[in-house]
Structures are given as structure tokens and as C-alpha cells.
Ligand binder design. Structure first.
Ligand code: CA
Length: 709
């Protein structure tokens, strides 16, 4: 309620109206209220309840028995003749509203063809909607209300590339807005743009993707489009990020590979791309002036303009984003898109709120906004048309852009049913697509059993979660005030039991169990958030030499790559990425955020080690078991004076019968003598070939892997 407003009337349920009357106006008192119908008749309402507030307003709950046709303009008149439009408010949150207005068709948005371009906007509480084609020749059309509150208009001819806006008359106000399901936009979303994808085709290379059977076969690599190629020393010619990521064979001045070629050489299977939908905080007319990661969504189905070679050309961003994804596919890499369906940049100016006020954002029974996302506008995913919006949006990125899965930011703000529906849809479009997210328990207004968080993992068996237990115990605590605390790999062997549980993806009984299956655990020590693990090591292992810290850094990378579950690496982690100790660089400069390829030149040994451990994981199925029972049957542990010893009895498809992983985070050298010769597959030097021994030495801060046929 705005303090300058004297009087508001909200339809909060069928027949129930909440009135706020300013105490500045007749002391906020009215003994009678009338509903005025669109055709002019007045109907007295019954006052059910009132609260004479000590604050600025008196609140009344009144009831009308007149049937209300949603979308029609009603007014409420008080005793002194003051009248206001009846707003369709919390009524939009009722199950009955969802039942009456859920529209299941797949023709919302704009569908151009040679015969005509069909515009369709779901706006059930709107009284009128005008479609405006804003570029010359400027034209306006009154749209027709059809079934389920969908407003439609057909414009002659294929309007591909045409700019448009909607003017929506709702709750007594005209709102000018972009199309919430628009496929492209002018710079900074000043208008939506009609896109005919068939006119922006790129060659598809999905057939080049290697077979992929279980999520545990994925090796995820997170990168930011903006950070990856802009450094001049990357040797990447294109200055625009979408195009830069497509370049192959790029090198530093000293001939070390960079960009896409670097990712290909590393051997990861999937890239996870930080937000690439249209976000708000980078001025697309001046992209280099501002930096932001982009967790501030503006238009969910539009690629971000600042990544395009020409943000002012609404066709280019679509074409270049599609081409970039195919450039990855051509190299056998799958693409996971980071999506932020939990909140938007700003509720009031967002198309959702302008088209159907109150509907898209979660509120308490009294109308207060839910704030589980800490942005004060949690997307209300369990409303039927919000769920459908998210499903349609994911479908758009899979069908038009060919992405291979999604990483859900603050998934815990969304609900279980929505996430399972998304997963089912993804699998129906691409059986090997992946869905995972941040399953933190967020304080959003949802019953605990409905939240899509780790606590409810059993209800979402095919969805994986970032495993923060792994991160906190393998590396050490992450929050800035605990940054000096070590984890197991950084040297605290008191975390032996935690390390054991983490190395099996926290899915075994008898130890810390978080997941039912290893396919639900995304194992990581570093991502875009928080200190990089190198910066963390500088804080928690101050006493160590640089050489020791490099060993511990490798030990963490090795642990991520050989743990059961889904390994996840942050770009640059493989060459000790630093952000100079900054723990939250979401709007820091390019200088802090960009990938420093000269650093790769200085840490080639760590790059090689990462590459080798990736190769080892890919070679031996025993590191990629897809069920907890397999792990239970095949893995056993031994505490060797603080060193974790894992023993594997391998399935036949492995080239070995038995295998051991020794993880030594201490400064001690350990010796192990075997009766027979064993083959040492990897140690701190990376992969070894044809090294057989009866005596195995495990050096300080290293991991040794050996096996027997
Ligand atoms: Ca933008």
C-alpha cells in the first residue's frame, strides 16, 4: 500500500474484497461500500470485518454475492462517493483461479509464418491489451480476449525482426511492457522482437556428442562467457564473447592453448555456462562499462545482449548464441545452461508483474512478498502458469538453442513438483539431458515438504544437487569468517570420516548420508561463488610454502575427479585461478573476473594433472558407479594414521580387478608393501605408464592410485 493513495480495493478471493481506507480521509471510516459493475449498476457489499488501525489506514473485509467476471472493470465506492478500480490481487493465488485460467496450449508468445504472425499473451485479469509494433511503420492493434484469458491478434505477413510492446489495462492502470516470453529484444529490452528461428538457422552438430548414459559420466566445467576469452593474451580475435568462444586453435603469446581449444584438451564432457539469458545490470549500449555475472534476470527467453557482437541488433544475439552452442557440440562438448528462475532483477518493472500483477511472485496469505531468494521477489513456481512458464522457457532453450540441460540457481526457492516436471520434460526432449541445482534450504514461503532442496532429494530422484558437504569438508569452510579453517585435503585429518563420506558422494548408510544415489551429488570445491580454492588455500594454509599449496590444490582437484558422483570444476581452477582474495566478485571488474591465460602458462603442471585425472576417471568405470548399492558392494575404507585408503573391487568392464586410492593430506610419507606387484596408475605427477612395484610410496599431500589385474 502506497502512502500517497487514499483508498484501495483488492479482490483477494472469490467474493471477498479487502479495502484500505486512508485515515486522512474522513478518518478512514465508511459504513457502507458498493460494488459498481461494468454496466453501471451498484450493489451493496456486506462488511465482514474491519480493523481500525493506529497506522495510516483502516482495513475492511467486505463481501459481495455478485458474480465477478475476472478481467472486467469493476469499481468499489465508499460512503462518501470515493471510488477506485477493483484490483485483481490475491484472488490470483487461489486454486480456483489457476483452475479457471490455466492455459495448456503451446502457442503463447509470437509465432511468425509467411501467412501471418500470431501474437498471444496470457493476461486473464487484464481488461484490454493493445499490441504496438514500435518500429516504423508504427501500428497498434486491439487484441481479442479468448479462452482462459489469452489475448490474441494476428498480424499479416511474417513479422520476423519487428519490434513490439504490449499495453495492458489491468487493475485500472495502463502498463506498457515487453512480452514475458519474447524471443529477442532491442538493447536493454526497450522492446521485444519477433524472431522466426527458421530464418536464423545454424548447422547442428548434436550427432557429434559422445554417448552419455549416467550423470556420473559427466565432468562439468563452469565458465562465464564474459570471462573466458576477452583477455588479449588469450589470442582470441573476436572481441565479443559469444563469438570468441567459437574460435579454435587460439594460443597465448608463448603458444599455450586457450579458449575453446583449452576446454577440449582438458577432456571435460560438459560446459556449464553462467547466465546467458537477458539480464539487467549490464548496460547493453555500453557493455564494457559495467560488469555483472547476470544473476538478475530480465527476459528469460532472450539471450543477453552484452555478449553479442552488436547488442543493438536483436537478430545477432540469437544467431550468435545458437552458433556458440553448436561450436561446443562440434567439439563433442555438451552445454548446461545456468538458469535463475527463482527471482527477477526487479519485480515492479518486470513483464510478469505488469501483465498479471500479483500472480508470478510468491506471497504470504496476507499478501507479504516471500523473500527466500533475498531479492524480495521469489518466483511463485507452484502456480500453474508460472510452472508452465518455466517449463516452456526450458523447452525454448532446448529446442531453439539445443542446450543439453540446466543448472538451477537457488533451486530450493522452487518446488519439488516443478523441478520433477522440468526434469521429465528435459528427458523427453533429450534422454541424456541433466538437471541439477543449488538445493539449499531457502526461507521461502513454501511448506518444507514442497521445497526443491537437498532435504527433499528423495522426492526428486533424477535431479542432482551441489554437494556443499563435499566442498566444506574436502576443501574447508567457505564463508569469509571461517576462511582460515582447513578441510581434509588442506590438512585437517580430523575430517577423516567426513572425507570418507564425501568420496562416495554422501550416498552410503553408516556415514554422513545426504543422497540416495551418487547421481544426485555434484562434487565440487570451487565454483564462481566464494573464494577460489587457490585463494582459500592462501588463507587457511598460510604456513605452507607455495609448492605445498600447489600440492594441496592438486589433491583437491584429484578428490573431486575420483569421488563417486558428478565432478564439477570451475574454469581456471586447473591453473590455480585467483581473484586476489575477493570472495564475491559478481560485480567486480573484468580484471578480477577474467580468466588469466598467462597464469595457465605458469601452472602447466596443474593443468596436466587435471587432464590426467580426467582421463583416468573416463578410463575406469569404477570411478563412475551410478548406484549406491554398487558403491556399497565395491568400496571399502581404511584409516592409515589419518590417511584415507579406499579399496575398490572392480566390475568386469574395468581393466583391473582391484584398485586402491590413497589420499594423503599430511606431511608424512607412507609406505605400503604388497605381496604381488601392483601397477601404479597415477600419483602427484599425473598418469604413469607401465610402472609396477611391490612397494608403494605415498608422498606428503598427494594422491596415489594403483591397481591389480
Ligand atoms: Ca541485458
Amino acid at each position: 500500500m502506497r502512502k500517497t493513495v487514499r483508498y484501495e480495493a483488492h479482490l483477494d478471493d472469490y467474493g471477498l474484497i479487502t479495502i484500505y481506507l486512508s485515515r486522512q480521509f474522513y478518518n478512514g471510516k465508511s459504513d457502507v461500500f458498493y460494488l459498481k459493475k461494468p454496466e453501471g449498476s451498484l450493489h451493496k457489499c456486506q462488511i465482514l470485518n474491519y480493523e481500525l488501525s493506529q497506522g495510516d489506514y483502516n482495513k475492511y473485509i467486505i463481501q459481495t454475492t455478485e458474480p465477478i467476471e475476472i478481467g472486467q472493470p469493476y469499481e468499489v465506492t465508499e460512503e462518501h462517493g470515493l471510488k477506485v478500480p477493483l484490483q485483481y490481487s490475491l484472488i490470483t493465488k487461489t486454486a480456483r483461479f489457476d483452475h479457471e485460467f490455466y492455459y495448456e496450449g503451446d502457442d503463447l508468445g509470437v509465432h511468425p509464418s509467411e501467412e501471418g504472425t500470431a501474437f498471444a499473451l496470457w493476461a486473464p485479469t487484464a481488461t484490454r491489451v493493445i499490441l504496438e509494433l514500435v518500429d516504423a511503420p508504427r501500428k497498434s492493434f486491439e487484441m481479442h480476449r479468448t479462452d482462459k484469458g489469452v489475448f490474441r491478434f494476428m498480424v499479416r505477413g511474417n513479422q520476423h525482426g519487428r519490434q513490439y510492446l504490449y499495453h495492458v489495462l489491468v487493475n485500472g492502470h495502463w502498463n506498457t511492457t515487453s512480452d514475458p516470453v519474447a524471443r529477442s529484444a532491442t538493447s536493454n529490452n526497450s522492446a521485444s522482437v519477433v524472431i522466426d528461428y527458421t530464418k536464423l538457422e545454424v548447422e547442428r552438430f548434436s550427432h557429434r556428442l559422445p554417448p552419455f548414459n549416467s550423470p556420473t559420466e559427466a565432468i562439468l566445467y563452469e565458465l562465464s562467457i564474459r570471462d573466458f576469452t576477452p583477455q588479449v593474451e588469450s589470442g582470441v580475435k573476436a572481441r565479443s564473447p559469444f563469438v570468441g568462444l567459437c574460435e579454435l586453435g587460439t594460443k597465448t603469446p608463448n603458444g599455450i592453448s586457450t579458449g575453446l581449444s583449452h576446454i577440449v584438451e582438458l577432456g571435460v564432457t560438459h560446459v556449464q555456462i553462467m547466465p546467458m539469458y537477458d539480464f539487467s545490470t549490464v548496460d547493453e549500449d555500453n557493455p564494457s562499462t559495467f560488469y555483472n555475472w547476470g544473476y538478475d534476470p530480465l527476459q528469460y527467453n532472450v539471450p543477453e545482449g552484452s555478449f553479442s557482437s552488436d547488442p543493438k541488433d536483436p537478430l545477432k544475439r540469437v544467431h550468435e548464441a545458437r552458433a556458440m552452442i553448436q561450436a561446443f557440440h562440434k567439439q563433442g562438448l555438451r552445454v548446461i545452461m545456468d538458469v535463475v528462475y527463482n527471482h527477477v532483477y526487479e519485480m515492479e518493472s518486470n513483464a510478469f508483474e505488469k501483465v498479471v500483477p500479483y500472480y508470478y511472485f510468491r506471497r504470504s496469505a496476507s499478501g507479504a512478498l516471500s523473500n527466500g531468494s533475498f531479492c524480495n521477489n521469489d518466483v511463485d513456481s507452484n502456480r500453474l502458469m508460472v510452472r508452465k512458464f518455466i517449463l516452456d522457457s526450458c523447452k525454448c532453450w532446448m529446442e531453439a538453442y539445443d542446450v543439453d540441460g540446466f543448472r538451477f540457481d537457488l533451486m530450493g526457492v522452487l518446488d519439488v513438483e516443478t523441478m520433477n516436471a522440468i526434469d521429465a520434460q528435459c528427458k523427453s526432449l533429450k534422454p541424456d539431458s541433466m538437471v541439477y541445482g543449488e538445493g539449499w534450504n531457502m526461507p521461502t514461503i513454501l511448506p518444507e515438504e514442497m521445497k526443491a532442496n537437498m532435504g527433499n532429494q528423495a522426492k526428486m530422484p533424477h535431479i542432482a544437487h551441489f554437494n556443499d558437504f563435499f566442498r566444506e569438508h574436502v576443501k574447508g569452510r567457505t564463508s569469509p569468517d571461517e576462511i582460515t579453517m582447513k578441510g581434509y585435503c588442506s590438512g585437517d585429518t580430523s575430517f577423516y570420516d567426513a572425507m570418507k563420506a564425501a568420496m562416495v558422494g554422501n550416498c552410503l548408510p553408516g556415514m554422513v548420508k545426504i543422497f540416495d544415489q551418487p547421481t544426485q551429488s555434484v562434487n565440487y570445491v570451487e565454483c564462481h561463488d566464494n573464494h577460489t580454492s587457490w585463494d582459500k588455500l592462501k588463507e587457511c594454509c598460510k604456513e605452507d610454502s607455495r609448492d605445498v599449496r600447489i600440492k594441496k590444490h592438486k589433491l583437491m582437484i584429484g578428490s573431486v575427479l575420483l569421488a563417486q558422483g558428478i565432478p564439477f570444476l570451475h574454469s581456471g581452477q586447473e591453473f590455480c585461478r585467483t581473484k586476489n582474495g575477493q570472495h564475491n566478485s559478481y560485480r567486480s571488474s573484468d580484471a578480477i573476473n577474467q580468466v588469466d591465460w598467462l597464469r595457465k602458462e605458469r601452472h602447466l603442471e596443474v593443468v596436466q594433472y587435471t587432464k590426467d585425472l580426467i582421463a583416468l576417471r573416463k578410463r575406469l568405470p569404477v570411478f563412475r558407479m551410478s548406484t549406491a548399492s554398487q558403491i556399497q558392494n565395491r568400496v571399502s575404507f581404511r584409516n592409515f594414521d589419518g590417511m584415507l585408503v579406499m579399496h575398490y573391487v572392480c566390475e568386469r568392464k574395468n581393466p583391473y580387478h582391484e584398485l586402491w586410492v590413497y589420499i594423503n593430506p599430511t606431511n608424512q610419507i607412507y609406505y605400503e608393501r604388497f605381496d604381488d606387484f601392483v601397477e601404479i596408475l597415477a600419483n602427484e605427477a599425473g598418469l604413469l605408464e607401465n610402472v609396477k612395484a611391490q612397494n608403494v610410496t605415498v608422498n606428503p599431500y598427494t594422491m596415489v592410485v594403483f591397481a591389480k589385474k
